[in-house]
Design a binder for this molecule. Structure first.
Ligand code: KG4
Ligand code: ZN
Length: 347
């Protein structure tokens, strides 16, 4: 089985060719960091335009790299949401056109399902059910993964996603864009104990996350500093990363108890590339007797191999979509989950 995957829901344009035996035969990722850097964040209109310019030549390149023609591909998988709607439409329409032209089935993939299943692309031993911590720029959720297309949301954020908190902290500290990796680099140099920062909802009976108060505390501490030199910057980045990690560990522990059928703890999404967070979660899993699975860094941040792989998993189960599948800016993995206080705007 050979699936071509397309990802365009945020600011990475990506195409990949993945086979059912877990081989990434070819892939290309074009980052748009340079286009968005002057604005300090992703500009949706610029992102959609860049996807439209790059996607078609990248599909041709990836097919050539894999040594195949479009007719050799068994199905076309494209992200259909959630994400920035202009970009999602560009990728989904491209996928539909290829599927129609090659007479192959379309797989309209939920980007979050791409992250959720990505660890199975690299670890053939990883069986359902597992506990997934999904940490990205738009989401911070704990999910019980019961099977392909079967997700139970155990916790979500009541305000900011953790990646958003990393990005805003980077902006406050003047660390540049993209923010997450910049905060991590500064934190490695810093002393995490110099600043006392809050750990919102730590130990709370409710299962959810909150990061807005932590971000505001970073802003207050930064504004109160007289010189704001590089040491201040590194120390505050380290304090932020330590506080955010404590929150993740505490909330994950609570969901381990709520989903005892899990045999593994899995972390996915852009923030899962953070080494400090990976280390803390590996420690937690070891203490609870759970296997710990984290995809390699290149599969944590947005990529098309995870979309092609989710396509392989769905195609194997006969879960194909029609050519009028909609592009969905919001698309929760667990549509039955209760709305939580303050979090109504998130998928
Ligand atoms: O999954 P992703 O690539 O895109 C979304 O679906 O959101 O995640 C992007 C997020 C951004 O907020 C970025 O700052 C964060 O992941 N991120 C990191 C690191 N690398 C990326 N956060 C902390 N440490 C990192 N090393
Ligand atoms: Zn993502």
């Amino acid at each position: 089985m050979l699936v071509l995957g397309i990802e365009s829901s945020c600011d990475e344009t990506a195409v990949a060719l993945v086979s059912g035996d877990r081989t990434i035969m070819a892939q290309r990722i074009a980052s748009q960091d340079d286009a968005h850097r002057p604005f300090g964040g992703v500009v949706p209109e610029l992102a959609a335009r860049a996807h439209a310019e790059r996607l078609t030549p990248m599909v041709a390149e990836v097919l050539a790299m894999g040594g195949v023609r479009l007719k050799d591909v068994d199905a076309i998988a494209a992200t259909a949401g959630p994400g920035l709607i202009g970009g999602v439409m560009v990728g989904l329409v491209t996928g539909k056109a290829l599927a129609w032209a090659a007479h192959r089935p379309l797989l309209a993939i939920n980007h979050l399902e791409g992250h959720a299943l990505s660890p199975r692309l690299v670890d053939p031993e990883l069986e359902f059910p597992y506990l997934l911590l999904l940490v990205s720029g738009g989401h911070c959720q704990l999910l019980g993964v019961e099977g392909v297309g079967r997700y139970r949301r155990l916790a979500t954020t009541i305000d900011d996603a953790i990646g958003e908190a990393f990005d805003k902290t980077a902006k406050i500290l003047g660390l540049g864009f993209p923010g997450g990796p910049a905060v991590e680099r500064a934190a490695v140099r810093g002393n995490a104990r110099r600043f006392a920062l809050p750990r919102p909802l730590l130990g709370s009976d409710e299962p959810h996350f909150s990061f807005a108060g932590l971000k505001s505390a970073v802003l207050r501490q930064w504004q109160a500093l007289p010189d704001k030199n590089d040491v201040d910057r590194d120390d505050l980045a380290a304090a932020f990363q330590a506080a955010a990690t404590d929150c993740l560990v505490d909330r994950t522990l609570r969901s381990v108890a709520a989903f005892p059928q899990a045999t593994a703890l899995v972390v996915a999404g852009g923030v899962a590339s953070n080494q400090h967070i990976r280390g803390a979660l590996a420690g937690l899993a070891a203490k609870r007797g759970l296997a710990f699975v984290a995809p390699p860094l290149s599969l944590c941040t947005d990529n098309a191999a995870m979309i092609a792989w989710a396509g392989c998993e769905r195609f194997a189960l006969g879960l194909i979509d029609s050519l009028d599948a909609p592009a969905r800016p919001r698309w929760p993995l667990d549509p039955g989950a209760e709305a939580v206080r303050g979090a109504g705007v998130r998928a």
